[in-house]
Design a protein around this ligand. Structure first.
Ligand SMILES: NC(=O)c1ccc[n+]([C@@H]2O[C@H](COP(=O)([O-])OP(=O)(O)OC[C@H]3O[C@@H](n4cnc5c(N)ncnc54)[C@H](OP(=O)(O)O)[C@@H]3O)[C@@H](O)[C@H]2O)c1
Length: 295
């Protein structure tokens, strides 16, 4: 299949990474538009043959345009452009359906979405992170379906077709796995401040443990990757944790208890936690959040 020519609207974190990765994979990026012209110019300078354009309507000479703008403005940006029927317009949101591209569909353009299941924080080099990952895809027609699948495979990714109706749960899963992990480690690292270390030194000490845990998950999966006091049924250790948290960091008790109850379920599934110990753990965890037992 001939590779389509590409354009990007939004020269931010993902737009920059995706445009650079597509260029390395042999795709030709013709034009880039962004909120600030200097961002489009910076990205265009890194891509041979690409041109920064100040008017978004100038991107429509490309076969396929990626709208790599924040989710909240995808529909508005799409509406601001007179799409030829020969265009393909693709957004990169994990949560939104193709409805946000209705204005392009109404002119006969093909519409799609391509969401790399990966995290890209601003200010780092990310093009390499686009290979060996899952991409959630949607397309309004067969031709764009095949084009997106080939693009993902050329980038070294794994295409996964996810229906619009399933995208909220798909994206909630991604947010829990990535954003909540950061929040969880924020709390875990903050505990180090209670015994005289900085949050950052706590994080540096915890990161090898996190990597070991991820290796266990990759190696043996659920539920065997679970270790620790809840899986072992060490009720007294959990009691000691809760007493210390309640005294030193009471604002962390609720998340410790909520995740503790999820951990009890995995411990039961693993078979190393008895029903009796599980019940006692759940009572302890509930009592820590709701000491007066109010319903
Ligand atoms: N970052 C990730 O980890 C990640 C992962 C997967 C998917 N995504 C998806 O990728 C898309 C972009 O996210 P991002 O993280 O790359 O955001 P970002 O870093 O904020 O980049 C968005 C870019 O779009 C520009 N922009 C904003 N409004 C615009 C408009 N009306 N016209 C033209 N350009 C405009 C911004 O310019 P200014 O900064 O000057 O406003 C910025 O350059 C979103 O749909 C997001 O869900 C992101």
């Amino acid at each position: 299949m001939t590779k389509p020519t590409l354009a990007f609207i939004g020269a931010g974190t993902l737009g920059t990474a995706l445009a650079e990765a597509c260029m390395v994979a042999g795709y030709r990026v013709l034009s880039i538009h962004s909120h600030r012209f200097e961002d489009a110019a910076r990205l265009a300078n890194a891509l041979p043959q690409a041109e920064a354009v100040s008017n978004p309507n100038e991107v429509t000479n490309a076969d396929l345009t990626f709208l790599t703008v924040p989710d909240d403005v995808i529909a508005t940006v799409c509406e601001s452009i007179a799409w030829p029927a020969s265009s393909s317009v693709v957004h990169c949101s994990g949560a939104l359906s193709l409805d946000v591209l209705n204005s392009a569909a109404q002119t006969g353009a093909a519409t799609g979405s391509l969401h790399p299941l990966q995290t890209f924080a601003p200010g780092a080099e990310h093009a390499a992170r686009l290979s060996d990952i899952t991409y959630a895809l949607e397309a309004s027609g067969n031709e764009l379906h095949d084009t997106l699948e080939e693009l993902v495979e050329t980038l070294g990714g794994r295409p996964q077709w996810i229906a619009s109706a399933d995208k909220p749960l798909y994206h909630a899963s991604a947010a829990m796995a990535s954003n909540y992990l950061v929040a969880l480690l924020g709390d875990a690292s903050r505990l180090w401040e209670s015994f005289g270390f900085s949050r950052d030194s706590g994080l540096q000490s915890l990161l090898p443990l996190v990597r070991g845990t991820i290796d266990n998950l990759q190696g043996v999966g659920f539920p065997d990757a679970l270790t620790g006091p809840i899986a072992r049924g060490d009720v007294d250790t959990v009691r000691i944790h809760l007493d210390a948290l309640t005294t030193s960091q009471p604002d962390i008790v609720a998340s410790y208890a909520a995740m503790g109850k999820q951990t009890v379920m995995l411990g039961l599934e693993k078979g190393t936690l008895s029903e009796d110990a599980a019940r006692t753990m759940c009572e302890l965890l509930d009592a820590a959040v709701n000491p007066e037992g109010k319903s």
